[in-house]
Ligand binder design. Structure first.
Ligand SMILES: NC(=O)c1ccc[n+]([C@@H]2O[C@H](COP(=O)([O-])OP(=O)(O)OC[C@H]3O[C@@H](n4cnc5c(N)ncnc54)[C@H](O)[C@@H]3O)[C@@H](O)[C@H]2O)c1
Length: 312
């Protein structure tokens, strides 16, 4: 099987999960954000851009049964500043991989979509069938990618599945730049610096542990899918916990999990942030047999320990 973006945060955990389940794993990553130290030793690594002809050739000739597609432009703010770049990575490069996949007889492609952006600002929790109201170019490209998958499924019979993650956290998440809040809080605690919360801190997110997300990818590789129904609503599953945690509560939980204590400071609210998010995960439980298994406390503890060590 092939993992695109396997040197990145979530992709490296996905590669680990498939290796642990006995699969042969090849990884493509251009190392634009991913790190060589995230690559599992047992995987074969090809340093390639997913938009390149070499990557398409590899997918077409590599004999892969399953692809987990995670390589992407992942930053909402970059997508606003440079929507062309976002579309190149998240649509054109995806099409490059899909074209390789249809010529290569790939059985299934599991796509990393986002439940944090496709549903927009309606009050949570969101069902998969909720209206799709993305408010950023990144949200639009994730949704457009899902439509392309459904279209390729109907045209060429490649089975495609979209997993819509909520806010994923855990070891190997990059705390620099536009990173997850857990990685940022963790590195502040390690450095004994104050934690900064923007706005009143009552904005909520649904935090799901990376190992649970990796297991969802593994289950999605083999789940029996319904026949295409002629619409562009392809098979999609929310992957979260269903629990809303405020940033204030997250900061308290991270302080407890780390055993450290630092001041918490508030800065003015950042514009364009969703006020609340959480996903309904009943469909993943029912169809994939998936439920999150790692509690927020245990996940935060594992993440903090990794941040302190600085590596696996
Ligand atoms: N982190 C989250 O909370 C979250 C939530 C919803 C969806 N997702 C999706 O999950 C996937 C993985 O996200 P992540 O948080 O692990 O990000 P990440 O940046 O750690 O991983 C992305 C990987 O893709 C690689 N990559 C980027 N562009 C590439 C290209 N053109 N060719 C080859 N490799 C390329 C990067 O080097 C990196 O290793 C993305 O598709 C992202 O949109 C993440």
């Amino acid at each position: 099987m092939l993992v695109t973006g396997g040197a990145g945060f979530i992709g490296s955990h996905v590669a680990d999960a498939f290796l642990a389940a006995g699969w042969d794993v090849t990884i493509i990553d251009n190392l634009s954000r991913g790190r060589p130290e995230n690559l599992p030793r047992a995987a074969e690594f090809r340093c390639l851009d997913i938009g390149s002809e070499e990557a398409r050739d590899l997918v077409a000739k590599g004999g892969f049964e399953v692809i987990a597609h995670l390589a992407a432009q992942v930053d909402v703010r970059v997508s606003v500043a440079d929507p062309l770049l976002d579309a190149e990575e998240n649509i054109l490069a995806l099409l490059n991989i899909l074209e390789g996949a249809r010529h290569g007889g790939v059985r299934r492609l599991v796509f990393s979509s986002s439940g944090g952006v496709v549903y927009g600002e309606r009050p949570p929790p969101h069902l998969e069938t909720a209206p799709k109201l993305p408010i950023s170019p990144y949200g639009v490209t994730k949704l457009a990618a899902e439509y392309y998958l459904a279209c390729f499924r109907q045209l060429y019979g490649i089975d495609t599945v979209a997993l819509r993650y909520s806010n994923v956290y855990g070891p190997r998440q990059d705390p620099h730049g536009e990173a997850g809040v857990v990685a940022i809080f963790g590195s502040r605690l390690r450095d004994r610096r104050a934690i900064t919360i923007y706005g009143d801190g009552e904005q909520t997110r649904d935090y799901v542990y990376c190992g649970d997300v990796a297991r969802a990818n593994l289950l999605a590789a083999d789940v029996v899918l319904p026949e295409p129904d002629g619409t562009l609503d392809g098979p999609a599953f929310n992957v979260g916990t269903g629990v809303q945690t405020s940033v204030n509560a997250l900061a308290r939980a991270m302080i407890t999990a780390s055993g450290m204590d630092v001041p918490v400071e508030h800065e003015p609210e950042r514009r364009g942030e969703l006020r609340a998010n959480a996903l309904v995960i009943d469909k993943a439980a029912r169809v994939l047999g998936w439920r999150p298994e790692v509690s927020l406390h245990d996940g935060l503890r594992a993440t903090y320990e990794w941040i302190v060590k600085g590596s696996d």
